[in-house]
Design a protein around this ligand. Structure first.
Ligand code: 1HN
Length: 353
């Protein structure tokens, strides 16, 4: 037997005994610097809107519910071209856009996956989370902590669109997914409108924790009005060379991230802002709330406008610029809280040439 035949036979025997030579597979298990199947990618709003409107014509939420009673929502997932088989935006977070027609109900369910809604278009549609109804204006953020019951509805006379962010891919990877349907379409409302904001948005004063407080923020509604005022104030006194004026959504009881698995941030880039380049671990999904500009990721420039979404993979040099004629605002979701919890968050400023 020649050497190759001997080796082939050996490898076949190993496989038979559920073993593998590390030297044959190690390249798929390790990389010298962080590598992700996610690619830098950009979705433009006019196309997103067109497809959402087509989905609104073609697909009824009630029809989805009849076909498959799991997560019956009219949702378009932003599928990263590097993650087609997994139908996700990054390996940790799936971003999607959801359109709800007037009078529609997205039925109540809950899951171990943590979620957020970020309102894009429309006034006054709601998401009800564990018995409180949150009416959303554009730019508002609503949290759906792990295992919180949630249903959505639109009692206005126009369709609404928001962005969903779920850590479902991470939950699947961790094999920690639980899912339940609620026996009724809508969960009972047990709290008065504005309860969460009245109790927990105390403008820098720390509210008293309620019994059973967990690490998750008890404030579930962050209004754009408040975020914008804070951003504008900040931009008057200090603009970070990389991020512009940036604010993270936090748990008002602890000052830590609002959610354990999805880091939410909003940043204002003043007119003509040309950010310095940096790179860090973690994936970021951006949504353009306002304005026009350009983000360079690696060698590629991605010019963006209001409504667009784009993805930044880990450890890729990137920088943000805002057009000269006006300020821009970016909302983003990242897996940075997970990396921080595991002491894996690292950041580098690109050396100036
Ligand atoms: C989901 O349950 C919702 O509850 C939205 O509104 C988007 C994307 C993937 C998996 C479940 C919702 C989702 C989702």
């Amino acid at each position: 037997m020649d050497n190759q035949t001997q080796l082939d036979a050996f490898y076949a025997e190993l496989e038979n005994d559920s073993l593998q030579g590390l030297w044959r597979v190690v390249r798929n298990m390790m990389s010298r610097t962080p590598s992700s199947p996610a690619r830098p990618f950009h979705w433009q709003w006019p196309r997103l809107r067109r497809h959402l409107d087509a989905a609104a014509e073609l697909i009824g939420v009630a029809d989805i519910a009849k076909a498959d009673r799991v997560a019956d929502r009219r949702v378009l997932v932003l599928v990263n071209p590097g993650l087609k088989e997994r139908n996700t935006t990054t390996p940790t977070i799936a971003a999607s856009l959801q359109l709800i027609r007037p009078g529609e109900v997205a039925p109540a369910h809950r899951h171990s996956s943590t979620a957020i809604r970020f309102m894009i278009d429309g006034h006054g549609a709601f998401s009800a989370v564990d018995g409180e109804k949150f009416c959303m204006e554009p730019g508002d953020l609503v949290l759906t902590p792990s295992m919180a019951w949630h249903n959505h509805g639109n009692e206005t006379d126009r369709p609404v669109v928001w962005m969903d962010g779920l850590d479902a891919p991470l939950m699947m990877q961790l094999c920690a997914f639980f899912y339940d349907d609620y026996p009724k379409d809508e969960h009972e409302i047990v709290r008065s409108p504005g309860f969460s904001v009245k109790k927990y948005a105390a403008g820098g004063l720390r509210p008293m924790p309620s019994a059973g407080s967990s690490g998750v923020s008890p404030l579930w509604h962050y209004r754009f009005e408040d975020a914008y005022r804070a951003l504008s104030n900040l931009a008057q006194v200090e603009v970070d060379p990389v991020e512009g004026a940036a604010l993270d959504y936090v748990n008002p009881l602890t000052g830590g991230h609002a959610l354990p698995t999805i880091g939410c941030r909003i940043q204002l880039l003043p007119a003509g802002f040309a950010g310095a380049a940096h790179r860090h671990t973690g994936h970021v999904i951006y949504h353009v709330v306002k304005g026009e500009g350009c983000t360079t990721m690696g060698e590629e420039r991605f010019p963006w406008q209001q409504g667009d979404c784009f993805v930044l993979p880990p450890w890729l040099w990137h920088k943000h610029e805002s057009a000269g004629h006006g300020e821009s605002i970016l909302f983003s979701m990242s897996d940075v809280p997970v990396l921080e919890a595991l002491q894996l968050y690292k950041e580098e400023l690109q050396p100036q040439l």
